[in-house]
Design a protein around this ligand. Structure first.
Ligand code: ZN
Length: 274
């Protein structure tokens, strides 16, 4: 897709599955199951969607999926479906890991930073050798020293080896002309979303604030969220603004629609397929 002068592609690292109840928080199963059917273990299918931005000068990757550094027990619990994998998806677009200039992780949960690193000859090394990686400093601190409630969500091997290439941010920042990160608390304290502006067009990688299109409804908030009332406030602030701008919104985990255009209609927010 063209966005002003930029080219955007959603790219896939395959799919996985999480407990449907955890994905929809206070929403009862008879409601969510109509949108996301559960398997025999009550899990629903989720995508691992990353966003590639080519500005003409720089190649920027938002999120790096789940990676491949997990064992058979992990694969079974989360029903990991590879292929495709992120490196193969990049290859299909004619890109090698060394072509990526910038990696932005919205946060460091294992399903968002898996390919930050890879194993090579018994060592774990950065997957993107030339890239600068951007993360909020507060998110990194929580990831390396998580509370008991967050511990299962962080796997240090997925991100630690890229630390020498990492730039730690303290709040909102411009990463490149037209590419900004904004701290949007809720899912984690320091989750950062990515705002892309080119020409008069806007796209927004909304991360786990709205993991799938079903979560556009305000009370549909994951029970994983550490600060659900802040997720609610963030959604009520962001979604009307994005709809007013007719922005493209990119979801990290929707298995059917990686992105939609948000619009206003009769005072309501509507999602138009692209
Ligand atoms: Zn996620």
């Amino acid at each position: 897709m063209k966005l002003g002068d930029f080219e955007l592609n959603t790219i896939s690292d395959g799919a996985f599955a999480l407990d449907g109840g955890q994905m929809f928080g206070v929403v009862p199963k008879p409601l969510w199951e109509r949108k996301a059917p559960a398997d025999e273990r009550n899990r629903i299918r989720l995508s691992l969607t990353c966003l590639l931005i080519r500005t003409g000068r720089q190649t920027i990757l938002v999120e790096t999926g789940l990676g491949d550094k997990f064992d058979s027990k992990f694969k079974d619990i989360y029903d990991v479906q590879h292929p495709p994998t992120l490196p193969a998806s990049l290859d299909e677009l004619g890109l090698k890991p060394e072509d990526v200039d910038i990696v932005i992780n919205t946060h460091l949960h294992f399903d968002h930073c898996g390919w930050n690193t890879r194993r090579l000859d018994g060592k774990t090394v950065p997957t993107f050798p030339r890239a600068r990686y951007f993360i909020q400093r507060g998110e990194w601190r929580r990831a390396v020293n998580p509370s008991e409630r967050e511990r299962a969500s962080y796997i240090e091997e997925f991100f630690e080896a890229a630390e020498p290439q990492t730039e730690f941010l303290d709040g909102d920042a411009e990463i490149a002309p037209g590419i900004r990160v904004e701290v949007v608390p809720g899912h984690t304290r320091y989750l950062q979303c990515v705002r892309i502006d080119s020409g008069n067009e806007c796209a927004y990688f909304i991360s786990d604030t709205v993991p799938t299109a079903a979560h556009l409804a305000y009370p549909w908030i994951m029970s994983f969220d550490l600060y659900p009332m802040e997720t609610l406030a963030s959604k009520k602030r962001l979604l009307p603004e994005l709809a007013h701008k007719k922005a493209i919104v990119v979801f990290p985990h929707d298995p059917n629609v990686p992105w939609v255009r948000l619009m206003e209609s009769d005072g309501k927010i509507v999602a138009q397929p692209i």
